[in-house]
Write a new protein. Structure first.
Lengths: 464, 313, 280
């Protein structure tokens, strides 16, 4: 059989160079260097293809935004072709690290700021400094206070957020709430955990789920922790919590403090009181959203990307037949700040060192974060909030009125930073969510989580 | 009831008897054996042995996924043993592996026995029962995840029909989460095991079974006293394969539960994945994998020994 | 006497099991026709919903880029699967055959060595593969990835074929020898045609692995136009918005070719997969 010999020769031929190289790779651990063979000078006139990452699915706001921006950019610069490459939510926090540091790296990569991918790429010098891009159109000023967190210790910027999202938004179904006899306070904030539980009980009695949320995901339980932490500890302690993961910041607040325990106790009480939908610990975001849009739940925990996305499509297709409103989770107690929504600038874009088109990638990124690009990509095409504060969204027709309300609310009342969105994922979200899930099942106590968290913090700092 | 200790080879000459006659066949073919084993050795070395060695080396280092590695000796192993998570993961893995594998083989054996007695439509069953094996794991995971949902899931609906409790939150409780996962694993795995066991069962001389029937044996006695002893080696081979596959299985469980809730379905491959790709601790992940590999080697060795001791030539 | 009850209960069990096997396929295809609401609010409904035929169109068009269809993913899967099959069979089958002529001790030792290869969890193989392929510029190369899948299947293929060949009747081989066929000739012209059953079995295992695995593909094939269907499907499932309808439609479409292929080739598995002894 000719096939047999061919396979055999393939094997032998392939084996030798691969063996040699793998052995070479093992023997010497080389950092992929920031090579000077990459183009760093002005963009050329020759045809160039830029690969840009976005998060699937294909019709997500991010995808729509990039498509719109890409079309306009390609018109402006006919020699440029832009190729969009989708990555999954799972990949962007983990395996994408390998892709972004390989020689097939995209030109613009999706790098969540609170992921291990960002942490590692910074440490290894695998991201192109973006100072020139930021300074060209005054991005730090246009971004506002959020830009402070982007500036790294070496004075450089390495990633640019494209959208501001607010999470821990409690969407409400007014008709269902009324049927259950639940009223939301005028300032939209539940007075206390007991009040939220009470609302949940009334909803259950009326045959609806109380608060639908994706308890099975590896991040949403962390959101609820975020909502409570700022309200339960004094503000200096809170500031320490969100920054003492850096080894140059002293630890002045301990996770074994009563405030932290109070937050976890509140989460435990929500679970014990049956506040959430049946089977929530195994459901993801879309499942809880579907329950809500089809009128099965009083409330839904999600974020500001919903009005322009799922709500719009659900209403258009006739699935959703009501106008949702929104509320805010209660403060755990009155020790800390009042309860507010949390902002997330985390889905950011950077340029891998391994990209072969630094200059053009920078140009594209600059356009993407310019006012024009933000207006087009985020507001008009995607229906989400731009990261910059200098774009006027009130005039936009394509913007959902609900989203405008949320923006107005934040403008009036402010927001609280979120612990899981500030901390590196390996220490924050990834570590605590399984613990909270165990707490919700009664397999661990709040006090134990505090102890574990503190130990993990110490370990994380020690590793530098 | 005659208990036959040796399977009669229908062609009379047994291979081992023939080997003793060596000559001709043996020597020349032995040369070819060495030649043909070279590509096997080559490919297995490159794609299995080398990466395995790399992983073992990595388990004594710290590596975040890119950049430099840092040698730390046995620290990774010590950390794993101190924290209870690895032990828990291994417990869950063994539970999943053994339950799924034995149930797969058991059900497949019953099905093979049921179908082999020239049941009508057996050709149809042979073809159809393997469908789950070729379905994309993503599809299977999503379907059964939906199927085990408390309110809208098909499983609870069916249980309700039979008067059984119908509101179990299968995937949302650590006590019950392994149920759906094992169920889905069995659903996928029975097909292939069935085909293999069917071949073995049908290879048994029909006259043996007829003789036993005339002797008045019930179907159960036929099964336990004739079929099982005769297909022993095949049974152990397929069981060993299932144990290995299920121990290393990742796709299905990951897609159904992500290791949760609260790490309660975190089989070892998922533990390794999370350690490496979410926490960025490739050294510890490699150490966990090495420990898992040791378990597997023991399992595989046991399986082959048991199948060898029953080999009848 | 085989009791009536015995027969009937056997039939009941068999039919129940068949229903358990087939219904999910039916429902997945049905889910492909439903809207999100219908899937969540009324999953078991068969007639009382509005069929969204466009879901299947959406799924078909959801290829790697705006002008490529899902067919690209299928082609990639096919290339990977065929390469894997050729590698695995081409290397493992002759080796399993000739090894069966060694002494029983040597056979066992080689078998153990080969099986030892299956203990490495794929998760950890992925990183060394990635690094090596990165250095060699073999990322996004479907043929190279196919070779990996084939190589990973060698232990199983070897194990199953070796068992079969050990029990292969020697006098047939003896007769061939007398006829003047050399070892290779005997293997190619006589043994292989008689080994269809186990070879098909091994091929099925190999194909299923290469077709459905995504751990290796997702890392080694990160450009969309080189991705197989197992990875391409994942793009339907987002975490912040999911189109379950088109996703299920996509899953149904993805299962179809393999199912059809299997139905076609199943006639070689006439009497189940005979692992030991010759099927009559």
């Amino acid at each position: 059989m000719i096939v047999t010999s061919k396979s055999r020769w393939w094997a032998i031929a392939a084996s030798l160079p691969i063996t040699a190289l793998v052995l070479a790779g093992c023997a010497v651990e080389t950092t992929p260097e920031a090579t000077t063979t990459m183009e760093s000078s002005a963009p050329t006139e020759e045809p160039v293809t830029l690969v840009v990452q976005f998060e699937v699915p294909e019709d997500s706001p991010a995808a729509r935004g990039w498509k719109a921006v890409a079309d306009v950019f390609e018109d402006m610069y006919p020699n440029v072709t832009i190729e969009l490459s989708g990555i999954t939510n799972e990949a962007k926090g983990g395996p994408n690290l390998q892709v972004l540091t390989s020689n097939g790296a995209p030109d613009i990569g999706l790098i969540p700021l609170n992921s291990n991918v960002y942490t590692q790429m910074l440490r290894a010098g695998e991201l192109v400094p973006l100072n020139d891009v930021f300074e060209a159109d005054n991005f730090p000023d246009r971004l506002g206070p959020a830009s402070a967190a982007l500036l790294q210790a070496d004075g450089n910027y390495y990633a640019a957020p494209n959208t501001a999202a607010y999470y821990n938004v409690v969407y409400t179904n007014p008709a269902v709430l009324k049927a259950a006899g639940v009223t939301i306070p005028a300032n939209r904030v539940f007075e206390s955990p007991a009040a939220l539980i009470e609302a949940g009980k009334k909803c259950s009695a009326a045959g609806f789920a109380g608060l639908a949320f994706g308890g099975g995901t590896n991040y949403m339980s962390g959101w609820m922790f975020d909502a409570g932490l700022a309200t339960a500890v004094p503000s200096e302690d809170f500031t320490n919590y969100i920054s003492n993961w850096k080894s140059n910041v002293d630890i002045t607040a301990d996770y074994t403090a009563p405030g932290v325990e109070a937050v976890l106790d509140a989460l435990e009480s929500y679970a014990n009181a049956g506040l959430y939908q049946s089977g929530y610990l195994a459901q993801d975001g879309p499942a809880s959203e579907a329950l809500f849009t089809t009128g099965g739940a009083c409330m839904l925990l999600s974020g500001s990307w919903l009005p322009g996305g799922v709500f719009t499509t659900a209403t258009e297709s006739g699935e959703m037949s009501f106008e949702p409103s929104f509320a805010v989770l209660p403060p755990v107690n009155n020790v800390g700040a009042p309860s507010r929504l949390q902002p997330y600038y985390g889905n950011a874009y950077g340029i891998p060192m391994q990209s072969k088109n630094h200059a053009w990638a920078k140009k594209l990124l600059q356009y993407y974060i310019s006012d024009a690009g933000q207006l087009l990509g985020q507001v008009e095409a995607a229906g989400v909030l731009p990261a910059v504060t200098t774009v006027d969204i009130s005039a936009s027709d394509s913007f959902s009125p609900l989203l405008k309300e949320i923006v107005a609310y934040v403008a009036e009342y402010g927001s609280n930073p979120g612990w899981t969105s500030e901390l590196p994922g390996a220490l924050g979200q990834i570590y605590i969510v399984p613990l909270i899930q165990q707490l919700q099942e009664g397999r661990i106590t709040s006090a134990e989580i505090g102890v574990l968290m503190q130990a993990e913090l110490v370990k994380f700092r020690a590793e530098g | 009831m005659t208990n036959l200790g040796k399977q009669k080879n229908p062609k009379e000459l047994s291979p081992s008897k023939f080997r003793k006659n060596k000559v001709g066949l043996g020597a020349v073919n032995r040369r070819w054996a060495i030649i043909s084993l070279v590509p096997v050795a080559g490919l297995l070395f490159i794609f299995l042995a080398l990466p395995a060695m790399y992983s073992i080396w990595l388990s004594f280092n710290k590596w975040p996924g890119i950049g430099t590695t840092k040698f730390v000796g046995t620290q990774n192993y010590e950390t794993l043993f101190e924290e209870g998570r690895l032990a828990e993961s291994i417990r869950i893995t063994l539970l999943y592996t053994f339950t799924t594998s034995f149930l797969i083989v058991g059900i497949a054996l019953l099905l093979a026995f049921a179908v082999s007695s020239n049941m009508k439509g057996s050709r149809f069953f042979r073809v159809v029962w393997f469908f789950p094996g070729v379905a994309p794991p993503a599809a299977v995971a999503i379907f059964w995840s939906l199927g085990f949902q408390p309110d809208i899931g098909v499983v609870n609906s069916v249980m309700g029909l039979f008067g059984l409790p119908s509101d179990t939150q299968w995937l949302a409780e650590s006590a019950t989460v392994m149920g759906p996962v094992i169920f889905a694993g069995i659903w996928i795995g029975v097909g292939f095991a069935f085909l293999v066991l069917l071949g073995a069962v049908e290879g048994i001389d029909v006259s043996l079974r007829e003789a036993s029937m005339i002797d008045g044996a019930s179907r159960r006695q036929q099964l336990t006293q004739i079929v099982i002893p005769l297909i022993g080696p095949v049974l152990f081979t397929i069981l060993t394969l299932q144990l290995i596959w299920n121990f290393n299985g990742f796709n299905l469980v990951f897609a159904m539960t992500d290791g949760g809730p609260g790490r309660s379905s975190e089989i070892l491959p998922i533990f390794t994945y999370i350690e490496a790709f979410r926490f960025g601790r490739f050294g510890t992940a490699s150490a966990a994998a090495v420990i898992g590999a040791i378990f597997l080697l023991i399992l595989g060795w046991l399986g082959i020994r048991m199948s060898r001791s029953r080999q009848l030539d | 006497m085989i009791t009536r009850i015995g027969r009937i209960s056997a039939y009941v069990a068999v039919i129940a099991w068949t229903a358990l096997i087939l219904l999910p396929f039916f429902f997945v295809s049905l889910f492909g026709l439903k809207s999100n609401t219908a899937i969540f609010a009324n999953p078991l409904g068969i007639f009382d919903f509005v069929p969204q035929w466009q879901n299947y169109v959406t799924a078909w068009n959801a290829g790697p880029s705006s002008d490529a269809t899902i067919g690209v993913f299928f082609t990639n899967s096919a290339i990977i699967a065929i390469t894997a099959l050729l590698t695995s069979l081409g290397v493992a089958v002759p080796a399993a055959y000739f090894t069966s002529f060694l002494t029983r001790q040597w056979n066992q030792r080689i078998l153990l060595a080969v099986i030892a290869g299956t203990v490495v969890p794929i998760i950890l193989l992925v990183i060394p593969y990635f690094r090596a392929f990165n250095e060699l510029g073999l990322l996004n190369n479907t043929v190279a990835t196919g070779i990996i899948y084939g190589s990973l299947n060698i232990p199983t293929a070897f194990l199953l074929m070796n068992r079969f060949f050990i029990d292969f009747p020697r006098e047939i081989l003896e007769a061939a020898l007398l006829d003047g066929l050399g070892p290779l000739g005997t293997f190619l012209k006589l043994v292989l045609p008689l080994s269809k059953g186990p070879i098909v079995a091994v091929s099925i295992l190999n194909l299923v692995f290469a077709w459905t695995d995504y751990q290796i593909s997702i890392v080694l094939l990160n450009r969309r136009d080189s991705q197989p269907i197992s990875v391409g499907l994942l793009s339907f499932i987002g975490d912040f918005s999911a189109d379950y309808g088109p996703m299920f439609a996509g899953l149904a479409l993805a299962s179809l070719p393999v199912l059809l292929l299997y139905i076609i080739f199943s006639r070689y598995i006439t009497k189940g997969i005979a692992l030991g002894g010759m099927s009559k």
